[in-house]
Unconditional design. Structure first.
Length: 359
């Protein structure tokens, strides 16, 4: 075997036996480096006669090309094997929970969630959101809503009065109805608003806290009647409880600011401590409503011979308890993060009618 053939055999074997990048690099240096065997052969070309150079040169260059190619192929094979080994070693458990981002870790309180759900439902029916202050005047909370001074109806709501300042009687609003007054005083009909917010009454047990939440609805124009009221309430309760339909029952009641006034019961089924809406033979009282009293319209600057409409009021906390199954209202306001972790909502799942209210 010629020297060249021998060198070729040895070099290719060494290349193929190189176990890693580093070993391959030393083989390359030994063959093609400055002092490498193939480089040394190439250097001999200068001293050869032209004929010899012709035959030997071709052989030596062919050897150099073969070695270069074999090196590249081996390098690629080693890289592939290394990747293969890494993939085998680094198995990824896709069932492990991903670390939540800070926005994902926070929780939306069920009261805020229900307010958002109600805003979405009523916005779809053309209602705007109106707000008012928690500290109200006696005038807006009672007098303009047709509670005469000294009338026993004022005793229905266990009011927190503030010590009178400069003769004006102030209180913590006992209901969201004063926002009706504010809206009617500031807006011309047609009026279509919902008024969600905090209200206060001196009461404390499993289903009552001194601060709680109501949402008021008010519609005023020239021809709104009880049929509209019933439809709006049906739509609202059906959407809120996310059922196909609900039956409602209206019972006569009394509120100073509506005439006639009604309590509304919603169809439900009670099953071993659980309540389902939109089915069953039972009824549950859910809200108060009625046609806005002519005196209230007059007190708020509208002619009752021209305008009429309806109002309703619902407890937001109670809606949240009924929909999401909490049994004690007091826990809503304890600021216990474990409770919030359990009953709270993910902040990036904003309720929509199309995507589902409760996600
Ligand atoms: N404001 C009433 C309450 O808190 C509820 C209500 C509102 C009733 C609007 C009728 C119409 O008791």
């Amino acid at each position: 075997m010629t020297d060249i053939a021998q060198l070729e055999q040895d070099t290719l074997r060494q290349i193929n036996e190189a176990a890693d990048e580093a070993a391959l690099e030393s083989v390359r240096l030994a063959a093609l480096g400055k002092k490498g065997a193939i480089s040394a052969l190439l250097a001999t070309l200068g001293k050869m006669s032209p004929e010899e150079r012709k035959t030997e040169g071709a052989k030596i260059n062919a050897l150099k090309d073969k070695a270069t190619e074999a090196l590249a192929a081996r390098r690629e094979a080693l890289a592939e094997a290394a990747l293969e080994a890494r993939l085998k070693a680094e198995t990824l458990d896709v069932t492990l929970p991903a670390a939540a981002s800070p926005q994902e870790r926070g929780r939306i309180h069920p009261i805020s969630q229900v307010m958002d759900e109600l805003s979405v439902i009523f916005a779809d029916m053309g209602f705007a959101v109106a707000e008012g202050p928690d500290i109200e005047s006696d005038d807006y909370n009672f007098t303009r809503l047709n509670f005469p001074e000294g009338h026993p109806a004022r005793e229905m709501q266990d009011t927190f009065f503030l010590s009178p300042e400069a003769g004006e009687k102030k209180l913590l609003r006992t209901h969201t109805s004063p926002v009706q007054v504010r809206t009617m005083l500031g807006q011309k009909p047609p009026i279509r608003v919902i008024c969600p917010g905090r209200v206060y009454r001196c009461d404390f047990d499993q289903t009552h806290t001194p601060m709680f939440h109501q949402i008021e609805g008010l519609v005023i124009d020239q021809s709104t009647h009880m049929g509209h009221l019933k439809w709006v309430l049906e739509e609202f309760l059906k959407s809120f409880f996310e059922v196909k339909g609900v039956k409602l029952r209206m019972r006569p009641s009394f509120f100073p600011f509506t005439e006639p006034s009604m309590e509304v019961d919603v169809q439900c089924r009670r099953q071993g401590g659980e309540i389902r809406f939109g089915e069953g033979e039972d009824w549950m009282e859910i809200l108060g409503c009625g046609m806005v009293h002519p005196n209230v319209l007059r007190n708020c600057g509208h002619d009752p011979d021209v305008y009429q409409g309806f109002a309703f009021g619902v407890g937001i906390d109670r809606l949240a308890m009924l929909k999401y199954g909490m049994s004690d209202l007091r826990a809503f306001f304890d600021a216990d993060t474990r409770w919030l972790e359990h009953y709270g909502f993910r902040p990036l799942d904003f309720p929509t009618l199309a995507g589902g209210l409760s996600g």
